[in-house]
Design a protein. Sequence first.
Length: 174
Amino acid sequence: MRLRALSQPRRISAGWDCSRRPGGSFPRTMENKVLMSFAFYSTILILKMYVVAIITGQVRLRKKAFANPEDALRNGGLQYHREDPDVERCRRAHRNDMENIFPFIFLGAIYSLLDPSPSVARIHFFIFCVGRIVHTVAYLLKLKAPTRSVAYSVAQLPCFSMALQILLATTPYW
């Protein structure tokens, strides 16, 4: 009897069931336009972070500036165990991404569960994504000020908006 039950395919629901919502349930995850939009823009940003990491490695190789002695020995000798301003710029761009994209992913995931307007949510995600891409380009290509700081500030606006909406939605539960 137990083997028969295990051999039958199980139906796994991707959505939530909530009787308080009109219609009786949250949309299935794959049907949630906000969540899918969030997944799209978050994935673009994660891929951008991978690209910055690859660029950092390429600049290290080109400049022969290795952070670890074993890498320097493998690529010419200990004299290449050193810092380089261009490598450090790439590292700072990557660190800045981690300081900003990871909080966006947290805020965006929670915000997506609040059932916001799909078009408003998409605008939030798009503005952040474009702001971070422009910020990275400005950082790596050493564009004139205030390009990088404007891109940073623009990207922070949707994060503040999402954080405020999350706080307003969760205040009754604190």
